[in-house]
Design a binder for this molecule. Structure first.
Ligand code: GUN
Length: 282
């Protein structure tokens, strides 16, 4: 039996249609569009592609984008100065600094200058803390997109055994908190976990966010489980994820493809954060 595909492009299109409606209504009420400022420093090729996709998604959904493509030589001080200007700009509802930054720019120094109300990525301490406390706020986009994908299956998260592999601040930790908020029983596994398969075999929901090719294969998956693959790698000119898709799809009930699974959801949830931020600032 082959798993059903969890089509991120389809679910993302539904989220974006709702975003567009709210963005158009905002434009009609305020005479200006909601705005997202996107800052890219340096010339990391993949980051350039991601940023262009984010800008295109804004433009297609009645959100004005303000694009800043800065040279590799940009200093921390210059970047902070730009962030302060954007914080004060009433046309800008959200600010996103694309990561990774060049090695001489410390995210821990620069990102906290973004206004908490304009934190489009939901990465700041206050927004991450609000997630932990269960206070509605701007949430990290990839984990929020994963929750939408899980809801789209119609399966219950409540009471499910959820296993997250990976403990990054961007995906692993926030998705674990969101699953907990949805009443799953959550286990976080990571590079020091012994006997990983003992955990994955028991997972009704398995989220793999390690950043390494094929960490999980079909032999490690519970029959019928929902498998969410957050990885993105290039292999022989093709894209693949953290999960060995061909063996996993024979065992899983639902599985996200790479590409076309989690990726499109991240952008859709970014737009949703802009709507949330703009409506709070309106
Ligand atoms: N780099 C990779 N993913 C992301 C993301 O979701 N937001 C930002 N700002 N940078 C990233």
């Amino acid at each position: 039996m082959s798993a059903q595909l969890l089509d991120g492009r389809k679910v993302a299109a539904e989220v974006k249609a709702q975003v567009k409606k709210e963005a158009e209504a905002f434009y009609a009420r305020n005479g200006r569009k909601m705005g997202l400022a996107v800052i890219l420093v340096g010339d990391n090729f993949a980051s350039g592609v991601y940023v262009n996709n984010k800008i295109a998604a804004c433009n297609e959904n009645c959100i004005k984008s303000f694009s800043y493509k800065l040279p590799e030589s940009t200093t921390e001080e210059e970047l902070i100065e730009l962030i302060h200007k954007l914080n004060a700009n009433t046309m800008v509802d959200g600010i996103l600094v694309q990561l990774p930054l060049p090695p001489h720019i410390r995210p821990s120094v620069v990102l906290p200058h973004i206004s908490v109300d304009k934190d489009a990525d939901g990465f700041l301490a206050e927004n991450a803390g609000n997630l932990m406390l269960g206070i509605p706020s701007l949430n990290a986009c990839t984990p929020a997109g994963i929750i939408e994908l899980l809801h789209s299956t119609g399966r219950k998260i409540d009471g499910a055994n959820a296993v997250v592999i990976g403990r990054s601040n961007i995906v692993g930790k926030p998705i674990a908190l969101m699953l907990l908020q949805n009443n799953a029983t959550v286990t976080i596994c990571h590079s020091h976990t012994e006997n990983l398969t003992d955990f994955t075999h028991n997972a009704d929901i398995l989220v793999v966010a390690v950043g390494k090719k094929h960490v999980v294969n079909g032999d490690m998956i519970k029959k019928g489980a929902i498998v969410i693959d957050v990885g993105m790698h290039r292999e022989d000119g093709k894209l693949c994820g953290d999960v060995d898709f061909e063996s996993a799809r024979e065992v899983a009930g639902y599985i996200t493809p790479v590409p076309g699974g989690v990726g499109p959801m991240t952008i859709a949830m970014l737009l949703k954060n802009i709507v949330k931020a703009a409506l709070r600032l309106e």
